[in-house]
Design a protein around this ligand. Sequence first.
Ligand SMILES: Cc1cc2nc3c(=O)[nH]c(=O)nc-3n(C[C@H](O)[C@H](O)[C@H](O)COP(=O)(O)OP(=O)(O)OC[C@H]3O[C@@H](n4cnc5c(N)ncnc54)[C@H](O)[C@@H]3O)c2cc1C
Length: 382
Amino acid sequence: MCDFLAVGAGFSGAVIARSLANAGHTVSVVDSRLHIAGNCHTERDPQSGVMVHRYGPHIFHTDNEQVWDYLNQFTTFMPYTNRVKTTSGGKVYSLPINLLTINQFFGKAMSPAEAQSFIEEQADLSIEDPQTFEEQALRFVGKDLYEAFFKGYTQKQWGCSPTQLPASILKRLPVRFNYDDNYFFHKYQGMPRDGYTAIVERILDHPNISVRLGTQFSRAQVKDYDHVFYSGPIDGYFDYDLGRLGYRTLDFREIRTEGDFQGCAVMNYGDESVPYTRIAEHKHFSPWEQHDKTICFEEHSRACEEGEIPYYPIRLTEEQAMLRDYVDKARREAGVSFVGRLGTYRYLDMDVTIAEALEASERFLTLREQRETIPSFFVEPI
Ligand SMILES: Cc1cc2nc3c(=O)[nH]c(=O)nc-3n(C[C@H](O)[C@H](O)[C@H](O)COP(=O)(O)OP(=O)(O)OC[C@H]3O[C@@H](n4cnc5c(N)ncnc54)[C@H](O)[C@@H]3O)c2cc1C
């Protein structure tokens, strides 16, 4: 029996801890926060009774059968389809841009084929090799849709002009020529009936696992364990000695009222004149529940400063260079593997996080048995 440490009680740390515990090892899990589940933490708001997603809305969606089956051991998923609306120029539209959006926006009643030719006419085909987000959007959908649905939102989300962001952010044509407004294409989609924190609580509920909250890990502790799985920020592990990797953070401004505030879970705001990117009304994430009161949060995005919560990694040229240097340092460390969204400085959906954590623990157990070197990364972070 070995003694392992998982730093972070989010999905990464919890899933790894459970796999190692199932294999007969003892695992300590520490988190500097006072709750488990990391950024997926949910809790009941005492005033309204609504299940609130503390660090922003989380909707589970996946094509990964293994992850779906894994989570279904720990929760009951309720049917949920993510349908997003957006307010632009004082009008409300359906997202992602679909036939209803196009017809409403241009005041027409086009068929799918007519809309497709119409959008092709709008697209700026003089841009042959789009380099920036703006060029990519103009080439796909043209100026009017770009300005109404992408320009202001992207500027607010990333704090820079879409002309400074790479084209790769907008990979596919962001338009559907039918009335399908389901945000995700995945086979499975749902909301855990008792929230995400209850899932993580059940994952961690194993006699071989002990959890310590409000406990900050530091690099000097690595030597106390047979191996450490670190899901904290990679730059934080090295006390930011090469500088800070850039993140966007979020400020949530609370709105409380009676009844229904906006009639849907998520309303985006595309106009630059509105300071927030979206408002989430959390009771609509649990449509099977009834609540008289409601609680919503405006989401304001800005650069993450020291001591604040890192949400979205920026990963532009400057950050990529710094990341490479941190990854080189990390590869020279013994006794620790860097995992999860912060450990590898990537945006990861929950299903990918869980899939990677299952894969990492499986590979770790095999390598250990074969007495082979344990890598610093189980996935390539660059
Ligand atoms: C705004 C937002 C919305 C999202 N919405 C969705 C969604 O709708 N669907 C979806 O699938 N995914 C969504 N995600 C992604 C989801 O949040 C991540 O997949 C998930 O949180 C990753 O889990 P993790 O365990 O790797 O990291 P985290 O959840 O961040 O957990 C890391 C934990 O480590 C702890 N920690 C860090 N450093 C230390 C230290 N030195 N000592 C002790 N503890 C430490 C932190 O306190 C934290 O609790 C969203 C992300 C964001 C930012």
